[in-house]
Design a protein around this ligand. Structure first.
Ligand SMILES: [Zn+2]
Length: 169
């Protein structure tokens, strides 16, 4: 087990203070006592600031510990949830992890980014701008764009005129 440097410094100051007090017992003159008392006061002031630094370092470690516990819980939940997704090829060729809702699961239908899921990042794909005549889905975590499905074009028949196409009526 490693000791925080702030705690090690506090132990060192406390030992110095104890040594000074032990030495003061054998002092004979008032001047010697006052000199050692001043030295002791300096060490106690240092000790107080070292203990405050240790308290701050301890609070930071507690925050980090809570963050790691939260990440571990999220990872565990994601590991369990992975079984609810299956690889699925969209009609325009993109591949996603498609949600297969278990009975009673209120979550709406959605797809996950395959690249992110393989890195244990759960990123729901969102509709994005079409590319040509193909709808796309975008991952806002990694920026991937997935080809979703062709946009149906209304069938039109027209005659070409000098100023453009004129539909038959
Ligand atoms: Zn992604």
């Amino acid at each position: 087990m490693t000791t925080l440097p702030e705690i090690a410094a506090a132990f060192s100051s406390a030992k110095a203070a104890i040594d000074i007090v032990k030495g003061m017992i054998s002092l004979k003159s008032q001047v010697e006592v006052q000199s050692k008392a001043a030295e002791l006061l300096t060490i106690i002031i240092d000790l107080k600031s070292q203990m405050q630094a240790a308290q701050v370092a301890h609070a930071a470690l507690e925050d980090r510990c809570r963050q790691l516990e939260r990440e571990a819980r999220e990872r565990q939940r994601w590991d369990q949830d992975k079984t609810n997704y299956l690889l699925h090829r969209l009609t325009a060729g993109g591949v996603v992890f498609r949600f297969k809702a278990p009975a009673g699961d209120p979550r709406p239908q959605h797809d996950l980014c395959v690249l992110c899921a393989e890195k244990d990042v759960r990123s729901v794909l969102q509709p994005s701008d079409p590319v040509g005549w193909t709808k796309t889905l975008k991952c806002h975590a990694c920026g991937s764009v997935v080809m979703d499905e062709r946009i149906e074009q209304p069938f039109s028949v027209g005659a070409h005129r000098r100023d453009g196409w004129e539909p038959f009526t």
